[in-house]
Design a binder for this molecule. Structure first.
Ligand SMILES: CC(C)(COP(=O)(O)OP(=O)(O)OC[C@H]1O[C@@H](n2cnc3c(N)ncnc32)[C@H](O)[C@@H]1OP(=O)(O)O)[C@@H](O)C(=O)NCCC(=O)NCCS
Length: 148
């Protein structure tokens, strides 16, 4: 059975390494120091871990942008655990926490490459609010969900 564990603020080195390992498994090699500094510096970081039999199999993290806006930054589920509703559980839990904590809007970004996430975002009430052409040539898709 999957359980969802919340972490408020900096998760500490051990949990951050676990999250970083999932990022690498899901997105390919990421820049360790960039990832760590963003985790450490962001105000009111809120992370959810999906845990099965003591193993972290997925996560979702984000932070406060001020003015009642929460930024859902990054998340993923290990391949062997996909299509079991874990990302949906993480998202619903994040949205409930945001509501309880007075946020009025959740903002996120994704790419066409991450279609599963895009589809789940739309299913869970996000609207596409814009796009940005990145230097890499990729089109970034901006989404927002109103909570109130
Ligand atoms: C996107 C991701 C987090 C989804 O995780 P998951 O636990 O498999 O998602 P869920 O099982 O909760 O899926 C919920 C719904 O989302 C949709 N969905 C999820 N993955 C999908 C896919 N690959 N293709 C189409 N729809 C998908 C489906 O509607 C699904 O419901 P269903 O299984 O009943 O059809 C996971 O595939 C992942 O880690 N991908 C790579 C990383 C990523 O995209 N991160 C986000 C970057 S912005």
């Amino acid at each position: 059975m999957v359980t969802i564990e919340p972490i408020y603020g900096w998760p500490g080195p051990e949990r951050s390494d676990t999250i970083f390992a999932i990022c690498n498994a899901v997105f390919g090699q990421m820049d360790h120091s960039k990832f760590y500094s963003r985790m450490r510096e962001k105000h009111a970081l809120f992370t959810l871990l999906a845990v099965e039999n003591g193993e972290v199999v997925g996560f979702k993290t984000g932070y406060d942008l001020g003015d009642g806006v929460f930024y859902s930054w990054i998340g993923g589920v290990l391949e062997a655990y996909r299509r079991q509703g874990i990302a949906r559980m993480l998202m619903l839990e994040q949205h409930a926490w945001c509501r309880e904590n007075g946020y009025r809007l959740i903002r996120t970004k994704t790419y066409n490459q991450w279609k599963g996430m895009l589809i789940l975002n739309l299913q869970c009430g996000f609207d596409i609010t814009g796009t940005a052409q990145k230097d890499s040539g990729r089109l970034q898709i901006l989404l927002e969900k109103q909570l109130v």
